[in-house]
Design a protein around this ligand. Structure first.
Ligand code: DX5
Ligand code: ZN
Length: 230
């Protein structure tokens, strides 16, 4: 099975996606192994450029560093681009081992073209919207995507509080998506909020601090998965 087929299969199920943003980068491989041993199959990678959002985080080098490990353990990599000009970085992340790439509608006036570019690279393509962006902003591209990602915090940092209005927003995004497209949610997902977002139609739940910020990340992963019915 190709990694693209594997990604398609995994993205059609309910998954908890550990975000390595909150991991200990001095022992990144070990942290990835811990959550994958606990059952994680999609690893979420937060790319920030210091322009679209204030922090600078991860580039293709880090994706490349963990890609073989994740693929060999039966998983895939979900790359969340919080950057301006996402079209300029697709090839580099595809080459580094990404299996899905999402980018922000707020950073992409030519979103239709960028989705085509991600698909052409053989990856799953997704559109992201910020808490302050209306659902209608993605209506025109929704029929084209493999997934949509609803931010439930303002992007830039892990460990922020879940924005409750995201629950209603998820339901409205779900209605826009074609059958078979996945709905992802990112920000403030923990044992308490996971059932709320899953109930609103989200199937890919990103969790950073609620996993890697805990003394036992494997137990935390399993508790969130159980709460989400994953
Ligand atoms: C925020 C990132 C998230 C972040 C989530 O900009 O996109 O993926 O890691 O962190 P938590 O789960 O701690 O809110
Ligand atoms: Zn993210």
């Amino acid at each position: 099975m190709s990694y693209a087929d594997r990604a398609r299969e995994l993205f059609s199920t309910t998954q908890i996606l550990p975000s390595i943003l909150s991991a200990d980068f001095a022992r990144l491989g070990e942290q990835v192994a811990t959550v994958m041993d606990a059952g994680a199959r999609v690893i979420h990678i937060d790319v920030m450029d210091g322009a679209f959002v204030p922090p600078i985080t991860i580039g293709p080098l880090v994706v490349e560093a963990i890609a073989d490990q994740v693929h060999e353990a039966g998983g895939v990599l979900d790359v969340h681009l919080m950057i301006e000009n996402p079209d300029r970085q697709i090839d580099a992340f595809a080459k580094a081992g990404a299996d899905a790439i999402t980018f922000h509608i707020e950073a992409a006036p030519h979103a239709h073209r960028v989705i085509g570019q991600i698909r052409e690279a053989g990856l799953l393509a997704g559109i992201v919207l910020n808490p302050g962006t209306a659902v209608d902003a993605i209506a025109a591209v929704a029929p084209q995507v493999d997934l949509a990602l609803c931010m439930s915090v303002n992007p830039g940092w892990g460990g922020q509080k879940f924005i409750p209005e995201s629950v209603e927003k998820l339901k409205r995004i779900r209605e826009l998506l074609p059958e078979g497209a996945a709905l992802e949610v990112d920000g403030g997902v923990d044992e308490r909020t996971a059932p709320l977002v899953a109930g609103a139609g989200a199937s890919l739940l990103v969790a950073g601090s609620a996993i890697f910020g805990k003394p036992d990340p494997a137990a935390a992963f399993k508790a969130i998965a159980a709460a989400a019915g994953a």
